[in-house]
Design a protein around this ligand. Structure first.
Ligand SMILES: *Cc1c(COP(=O)(O)O)cnc(C)c1O
Length: 397
């Protein structure tokens, strides 16, 4: 998707209504110009430090480490958490593939956990059942009975901007001394019981890709209260340099740095984040009000304990009642110039991940069959949203 910027209220170029495009309405040009004028364009500079501090402060974490993208942030988190080759990490099966890939980068094995049906997030009961009944605790280690491998961490993914029910997941993790890494790449700006997503677990990972709540073009960050982990993340993502003058290294490092130019965009975007979340929530409110009357559709729900950022507004379509399945609706919307999209193929069905152990999976499969994400750019106009609603209501009329 081209990251076209357009004024709220204006149509996207060529009358197409895109799924979700960023909004650049603040100090982006000003801060970018400061980078060029000062010469600080690359992987160090004042905006990098400022962006790290602002994001960490926003989520209420002690430390932020800017990283080249959300995927690299997840990979680095696994490394600083001490996940080693042949360890196992529990992860959501209904997710974009990035967190699962990063478990493989670390040489570890994903154990895929189904979603719960109410809010579509990692099912805490399945996590507890797996740890309590499918694993064995001995010598201060938890081992998967089936594979004999050590279980080291849990990686819940807050999908579509709604947090996972984190308390029971963390309680299960504490019981067995596991580390919890929160994939908050889709949920910046969301709350869980009054706390900010990203700061709900031991380490949080954020993304500033073009389609996320705020963007730096591409970018990511780790947020954590653990100063030693933050320092180690900075070390590993800057080539693990032990002597900056003599180029002495003791281990494998990575060039996972975010540039000052990217961070400048990020600082400008942070100033508008609450506005973006407010707009996303208004869009969700209008979809909910209009579609609650439409037979065969069920709405995206928000838990009483959560405040979603409604990053990607998604409905379920019951073919038996609505008369068309989600893919047919997607094609019909496309013929009207409206972009929509199903949810990800569940990881346990993905050809790249089918070999991994899964707990459940039926909920994710149903969601994949019925879900459709609707246009929800922060700049979506009233008329554009009206066009989407007309199109959805047309099938019933
Ligand atoms: C976008 C995303 C990522 C990866 O972020 P990038 O910045 O694109 O690398 C990871 N996990 C989930 C769930 C995502 O949606």
């Amino acid at each position: 998707m081209a990251s076209t910027s357009f004024e709220p209220g204006a149509l996207a170029p060529s009358g197409m209504i895109p799924l979700s495009v960023p909004l650049f309405g603040g100090n982006e040009w000003k801060y970018l110009k400061e980078c060029l004028d000062s010469g600080w364009v690359s992987s160090a500079g004042p905006f990098v430090d400022r962006f790290e501090r602002e994001v960490a402060d926003y989520v209420g974490a002690g430390h932020g480490v800017a990283i080249v993208n959300g995927t690299a942030a997840l990979h680095t988190s696994l490394l600083v958490a001490g996940v080693k080759p042949d360890d196992e990490v529990l992860v959501s099966t209904l997710t974009f593939i990035a967190p699962v890939n990063t478990i493989r980068y670390a040489g570890a094995w994903p154990v895929l956990i189904d979603a719960e049906p109410a809010h579509w997030q990692m099912d805490p009961q399945r996590v507890a059942d797996f740890l309590d009944h499918e694993c064995r605790w001995s010598n201060n280690e938890l081992r998967n009975r089936r594979t004999g491998r050590r279980v080291k961490a849990i990686l819940p993914v807050n999908i579509l901007g709604h947090p996972c029910d984190m308390e029971p997941i963390i309680a299960a993790a504490r019981k067995y001394n596991l580390i919890v890494i929160e994939d908050a790449t889709e949920s910046l700006g969301a709350d869980y019981k009054g706390r900010k997503a990203g700061n709900l677990a031991d380490i949080g990972c954020l993304s500033f890709n073009g389609n996320k709540i705020i963007t730096t073009g591409g970018g990511g960050m780790i947020v954590t209260d653990n100063a030693a982990w933050a320092e180690r993340a900075k070390y590993l993502t800057t080539q693990a340099k032990d002597d900056p003058v003599e180029y002495v290294h003791h281990e494998v490092g990575y060039n996972y740095r975010l540039t000052n130019i990217q961070a400048a965009l990020g600082c400008a975007q942070m100033e508008q984040m609450e506005l973006v979340v407010a707009k996303k929530r208004d869009i969700a409110d209008r979809y909910n009000a209009a579609l609650s009357e439409l037979p065969g559709t069920s709405l995206m729900r928000e838990a009483t304990w959560a405040r979603s950022n409604f990053w990607m507004y998604t409905i379920l379509i019951d073919e038996a009642i609505y008369g068309e399945n989600s893919r047919a609706v997607m094609r019909r919307l496309a013929s009207e110039g409206i972009q929509s999209r199903p949810l990800w193929q569940p990881m346990h069905q993905s050809p790249a991940c089918r070999m991994f152990q899964v707990q459940g999976g039926e909920v994710a499969e149903l969601l994949n069959r019925d879900a459709l994400t609707l246009p929800c750019s922060a700049g979506l106009s009233f008329d554009e949203q009206g066009r989407v609603l007309d199109c959805l209501q047309a099938a019933v009329r």
